[in-house]
Design a protein around this ligand. Structure first.
Ligand SMILES: [Zn+2]
Ligand SMILES: [Zn+2]
Length: 143
Protein backbone atom coordinates (compact mmCIF):
# COMPACT_ATOMS: atom_id res chain seq x y z
CA UNK A 1 0.00 0.00 0.00
CA UNK A 2 1.07 3.60 -0.49
CA UNK A 3 1.88 5.46 2.71
CA UNK A 4 3.59 8.73 3.59
CA UNK A 5 6.92 8.62 5.41
CA UNK A 6 9.64 11.05 6.46
CA UNK A 7 12.52 9.55 4.51
CA UNK A 8 16.20 10.34 5.13
CA UNK A 9 17.82 9.99 1.71
CA UNK A 10 21.43 10.27 2.88
CA UNK A 11 23.63 11.14 5.84
CA UNK A 12 22.76 14.49 7.46
CA UNK A 13 19.99 15.15 4.93
CA UNK A 14 16.71 16.71 5.97
CA UNK A 15 13.62 14.58 6.44
CA UNK A 16 11.60 14.48 3.23
CA UNK A 17 7.90 13.61 3.28
CA UNK A 18 7.41 11.11 0.49
CA UNK A 19 4.97 8.51 -0.71
CA UNK A 20 6.52 5.06 -0.28
CA UNK A 21 5.36 1.47 -0.68
CA UNK A 22 4.60 -0.55 2.48
CA UNK A 23 4.29 -4.33 2.17
CA UNK A 24 1.44 -6.23 3.82
CA UNK A 25 2.22 -7.81 7.20
CA UNK A 26 3.58 -11.35 7.16
CA UNK A 27 2.08 -14.09 9.36
CA UNK A 28 3.73 -12.90 12.57
CA UNK A 29 3.46 -9.16 11.90
CA UNK A 30 0.89 -6.40 12.30
CA UNK A 31 -0.01 -3.34 10.27
CA UNK A 32 -0.21 -0.24 12.47
CA UNK A 33 -1.82 3.10 11.66
CA UNK A 34 0.46 5.52 13.48
CA UNK A 35 -1.18 8.25 15.55
CA UNK A 36 1.74 9.89 17.36
CA UNK A 37 5.50 9.61 17.53
CA UNK A 38 8.14 11.24 19.65
CA UNK A 39 11.36 12.65 18.26
CA UNK A 40 14.48 11.61 20.16
CA UNK A 41 18.20 12.33 19.87
CA UNK A 42 18.65 8.75 18.65
CA UNK A 43 16.64 9.71 15.57
CA UNK A 44 19.09 12.55 14.97
CA UNK A 45 21.98 10.08 15.29
CA UNK A 46 20.22 7.97 12.66
CA UNK A 47 19.75 11.03 10.45
CA UNK A 48 23.50 11.69 10.78
CA UNK A 49 24.17 8.17 9.53
CA UNK A 50 25.56 6.88 12.84
CA UNK A 51 23.16 3.99 13.44
CA UNK A 52 21.43 2.59 10.37
CA UNK A 53 22.13 2.23 6.64
CA UNK A 54 20.57 4.80 4.30
CA UNK A 55 17.94 5.15 2.99
CA UNK A 56 16.01 5.01 6.23
CA UNK A 57 12.68 5.83 7.84
CA UNK A 58 13.49 6.77 11.45
CA UNK A 59 11.22 7.12 14.47
CA UNK A 60 11.10 4.83 17.49
CA UNK A 61 8.52 6.23 19.89
CA UNK A 62 5.32 5.52 18.01
CA UNK A 63 1.78 4.87 19.14
CA UNK A 64 -1.03 3.77 16.92
CA UNK A 65 -3.94 1.51 16.13
CA UNK A 66 -3.72 -2.04 14.85
CA UNK A 67 -5.24 -2.17 11.37
CA UNK A 68 -4.48 -5.72 10.26
CA UNK A 69 -2.82 -8.77 11.80
CA UNK A 70 -0.97 -11.69 10.24
CA UNK A 71 -2.37 -15.21 10.49
CA UNK A 72 -0.10 -16.21 13.39
CA UNK A 73 -0.72 -13.13 15.54
CA UNK A 74 -2.77 -13.70 18.69
CA UNK A 75 -1.57 -10.93 21.04
CA UNK A 76 -3.42 -8.04 19.37
CA UNK A 77 -6.38 -7.56 17.05
CA UNK A 78 -7.58 -4.83 14.71
CA UNK A 79 -8.70 -1.75 16.63
CA UNK A 80 -6.28 -2.24 19.53
CA UNK A 81 -4.42 0.89 20.61
CA UNK A 82 -0.73 0.07 20.93
CA UNK A 83 2.61 1.53 21.89
CA UNK A 84 5.40 0.41 19.59
CA UNK A 85 8.70 -0.73 21.04
CA UNK A 86 12.02 -2.18 19.95
CA UNK A 87 12.62 -5.57 18.34
CA UNK A 88 14.06 -8.51 20.27
CA UNK A 89 14.60 -12.15 19.40
CA UNK A 90 12.69 -13.74 22.28
CA UNK A 91 15.05 -16.72 22.23
CA UNK A 92 18.41 -15.63 23.61
CA UNK A 93 19.34 -15.97 27.28
CA UNK A 94 18.65 -12.31 28.08
CA UNK A 95 15.25 -12.38 26.37
CA UNK A 96 14.29 -15.62 28.13
CA UNK A 97 15.30 -14.14 31.48
CA UNK A 98 12.97 -11.19 30.91
CA UNK A 99 15.44 -8.60 29.65
CA UNK A 100 14.58 -8.06 25.97
CA UNK A 101 16.28 -4.66 26.10
CA UNK A 102 19.52 -6.61 26.50
CA UNK A 103 18.74 -8.98 23.61
CA UNK A 104 21.93 -10.43 22.14
CA UNK A 105 20.61 -9.55 18.67
CA UNK A 106 19.49 -6.04 19.64
CA UNK A 107 21.77 -4.16 17.27
CA UNK A 108 21.07 -6.45 14.31
CA UNK A 109 17.31 -6.35 14.85
CA UNK A 110 17.02 -2.62 15.49
CA UNK A 111 19.76 -0.88 13.52
CA UNK A 112 21.07 -3.13 10.72
CA UNK A 113 18.33 -2.14 8.24
CA UNK A 114 16.31 -5.24 7.37
CA UNK A 115 13.62 -6.93 9.43
CA UNK A 116 14.33 -10.06 11.50
CA UNK A 117 14.00 -12.23 8.37
CA UNK A 118 16.41 -10.21 6.25
CA UNK A 119 13.72 -8.56 4.15
CA UNK A 120 12.26 -5.05 4.14
CA UNK A 121 8.66 -3.83 4.38
CA UNK A 122 9.21 -0.23 3.21
CA UNK A 123 10.34 0.53 -0.33
CA UNK A 124 10.86 3.63 -2.43
CA UNK A 125 11.34 3.24 -6.16
CA UNK A 126 13.93 0.44 -6.32
CA UNK A 127 15.36 1.11 -2.86
CA UNK A 128 14.65 -0.85 0.29
CA UNK A 129 14.20 1.52 3.21
CA UNK A 130 15.89 0.55 6.45
CA UNK A 131 13.75 -0.34 9.44
CA UNK A 132 14.66 1.61 12.57
CA UNK A 133 14.19 0.29 16.11
CA UNK A 134 11.74 -2.29 14.84
CA UNK A 135 9.15 0.32 13.89
CA UNK A 136 10.15 3.28 11.67
CA UNK A 137 7.39 5.37 13.20
CA UNK A 138 7.96 8.51 11.10
CA UNK A 139 5.28 7.27 8.74
CA UNK A 140 1.51 7.16 8.49
CA UNK A 141 1.56 3.34 8.67
CA UNK A 142 4.17 0.72 9.52
CA UNK A 143 4.49 -3.06 9.76
ZN1 LIG B 1 14.77 7.46 22.10
ZN1 LIG C 1 17.08 -11.92 22.41
Amino acid sequence: MKVTAAVVNGEKRDFELEEIELDAPKDNEVLIKLVTTGVCHTDVAGQDGLTTPMLVVLGHEGTGIVEQVGAAVSSVQPGDKVILSFSYCGKCRNCLEGHPGMCEKFNDLNFAGPNFDGTHRMHKDRHDLSLFFGQSSFATYTV
